[in-house]
Write a protein that binds this ligand. Structure first.
Ligand code: 16G
Ligand code: ZN
Length: 606
């Protein structure tokens, strides 16, 4: 009861905006910041319940990533450091959309029931006063009693049906033990948006409204840092920014020390220029730089300009033009772009005398990582110790979405790698990649990472120890060390622009490659993305990792007819998970053909 009244009291301080329907999409809840206070409060409650259920620390991040600065959003990091379990998403929707505090925890029907009776009484008085004869008055009175009785019975029935209110119901269904629950903890973080502070405070109140829960505000940080902290804390590892940087820098140093002799080090002296999207990455990269002696970084757009406006990974990847703060004088330089919360990374270089860039996207980063890992596994396989213990063959898998450029998928397959497609959204890619001993996933937009299974890491540890005693310093032992260092450098909770960037840099140094050499691995097929505003994006239903339209009927056939007109044509449409639009993707042999194909597919949706 005490818990109930605390919840009602606090929830009534955060009334939901009227007429807004929230949906926990691929990146949590996201909308204009002014509409989000009640939602973040309620997500705070959800995070606390998840923490109680799992007996572990859970994370809550307030960010709207690459969206405009006036937007904000909130998402939950599960104890593994990954996305909130999909099983809880319907609950997230229900809790965010509950119309008032009472419907969260208490039966609202009681008030409705009283209102009904009051209405009847009022009607009764009106009817009685209109009648002159006592018999008529008696009749009306009896009728009133009858009607009221049946109303009461039916409303009470509904009342009892409705007694299982949202939170009670969910807590029971999910077997969450609120009484005597061990202490629970929610780590809170936010990006640099001005609305973030208030929203974090609302989410902290939501989390602590569940008795026994502590909300630990980690301040301004990158989304991947928060995910990393959740994962680390649950593994008993110190979860601070300092320990995050210690781990990144130590593993980068290890990779640096394992660079094969004789490798050209031209790159080493070329600085990397990073566009930080005027977001949280700016401050963080400055911290990283201060502790990084082997890599020269120049950080731009570190926070003075408007967040994500004409800058950042999303802008660069979609528009393929020079971001703000960059110009012809940067011609030839190796450049990278982070998004507003630094979980996406793309590289680019500037083509002379124009605002056009050559984009080196998530697919190319994935390819670079895959080549490097494959090379190290190949070297290891040549080692006697490994041959003697060949009962275990680590399985390397690559996960992409339909947005991956066809040329990248062909290239990866030619390398003999297993490539699978999943629907868009990190939760799908991550889940699939976790099925492999080493699973590499990337979206073309630059969100991705490498996952190493515990079995593989144990095996690798044993091999490394064996090699240390038999052939310390050999190429095989270095390969084992490189893989171990990679598993520490790359954020295994979620895609992380900072850790991804250090791994790219280490691999380029390892091979002595320039960004041009890297980009030449394969030539992207020209592609075009369009979006079509629709009233109901849910009317479009897809299958086969979003490559086939199932509904409305007939569209897929029409897309097939259009696609067949273009050599190497490929085209799909899908409902966006973050906007009220249907997205169109097309690729073909020429840019003109890709544009035409995209336009004709868009017309089919309109
Ligand atoms: C979100 C997803 C991103 C996906 C994008 C697609 C996460 C953390 N982020 O930003 O992976 O590429 O949505 O947006 O899952 P769309 O559905 O609007 O095309
Ligand atoms: Zn982001």
């Amino acid at each position: 009861q005490q818990q109930r009244s605390i919840l009602i009291d606090l929830a009534s301080r955060f009334p939901p905006p009227s007429g807004v329907q929230f949906s926990y999409g691929t990146s949590g809840f996201r909308t204009d910041a002014s509409l989000l206070e009640s939602t973040v409060f309620r997500v705070g409650i959800l995070a606390a319940l998840r923490s109680i259920q799992t007996g572990s620390v859970v994370g809550l991040m307030v960010t709207a990533s690459h969206n405009v600065v006036s937007d904000n959003g909130v998402k939950v990091a599960d104890p593994s450091g990954g996305m909130l379990t999909q099983r809880w998403e319907p609950f997230a929707d229900a809790i965010a959309n509950a119309p008032d505090p009472h419907s969260l925890v208490q039966v609202k029907m009681l008030n409705d029931c009283n209102a009904f009776l009051f209405l009847d009484y009022h009607r009764f008085l009106v009817a009685v006063s209109a009648m002159g004869h006592p018999n008529q008055q008696r009749l009306v009175f009896v009728l009133f009693c009858f009607v009221s009785f049946f109303r009461f019975i039916s409303v009470s029935f509904i009342f009892n049906m409705g007694k299982e209110v949202l939170l009670d119901d969910f807590v029971k269904k999910e077997n969450i033990l609120l009484d005597g629950a061990p202490s629970s903890e929610v780590l809170l973080g936010r990006d640099t948006r001005p609305s973030g502070k208030l929203l974090v405070s609302a989410s902290a109140q939501g989390a602590t409204s569940i008795m026994g829960t502590t909300a630990n505000d980690m301040g301004i940080l990158t989304t991947p840092q928060l995910h990393w902290m959740v994962r680390s804390k649950n593994k008993g590892i110190e979860a601070t920014k300092n320990s995050y940087y210690d781990q990144l820098l130590m593993s980068y140093r290890l990779l640096f020390d394992c660079i094969p002799p004789g490798v050209s080090d031209n790159n080493m002296f070329e600085k990397l220029i990073v566009d930080c999207a005027d977001g949280v990455g700016g401050e963080e990269i400055e911290k990283l730089k201060a502790r990084l002696s082997d890599l020269k970084i120049e950080a731009r757009n570190i926070g003075a300009g408007v967040l994500n406006k004409g800058v950042g990974a999303d802008f660069v990847q979609k528009e393929k033009i020079v971001p703000r703060g960059f110009g012809p004088s940067d011609f030839g330089a190796r450049c990278a772009s982070l998004d507003g919360d630094a979980d996406r990374l793309v590289y680019f270089y500037i083509l002379s005398d124009s605002d056009k860039i050559k984009l080196v996207d998530g697919d190319k980063i994935l390819t670079l990582f895959a080549l490097f890992i494959k090379e190290q596994l190949g070297i290891l396989n040549g080692a006697e110790n490994v041959k003697a213990n060949n009962s275990y063959q680590p399985c390397l898998g690559v996960v992409q979405t339909a947005y991956a450029n066809g040329a990248s998928t062909d290239y990866l397959k030619q390398l003999g790698l297993e490539v699978v497609l999943t629907p868009t959204g990190v939760k799908y890619l991550h889940e699939k990649a976790a099925e492999y001993d080493i699973g590499i996933y990337f979206e073309a937009n630059g969100h991705g990472t490498i996952l190493f299974s515990e079995t593989f890491l144990c095996w690798l540890d044993t091999i490394n120890n064996d090699l240390l005693s038999t052939s310390r310093g050999s190429e095989q032992q270095k390969a084992a060390l490189r893989l171990l260092a990679t598993s520490k450098l790359i954020n295994q909770a979620v895609g992380d622009a900072l850790s991804g960037m250090l791994l790219v840099e280490a691999i380029l140094l390892h091979w002595g490659w320039s960004i041009f050499r890297w980009n030449e691995l394969y030539q992207d097929l020209p592609s075009r993305q369009l979006k079509v505003k629709v009233i109901d994006r849910a009317a479009v239903v897809t299958a086969n990792a979003e490559t086939l339209v199932v509904k409305p009927p007939g569209i897929q056939e029409a897309i097939d007819v259009e696609t067949a007109k273009y050599p190497k044509g490929r085209c799909f449409i899908r409902p966006s998970g973050t906007e009220d639009v249907v997205r169109v993707y097309a690729e073909a042999l020429t840019q003109e053909a890709a544009d035409d194909l995209a336009r004709s597919a868009a017309r089919l949706v309109d």
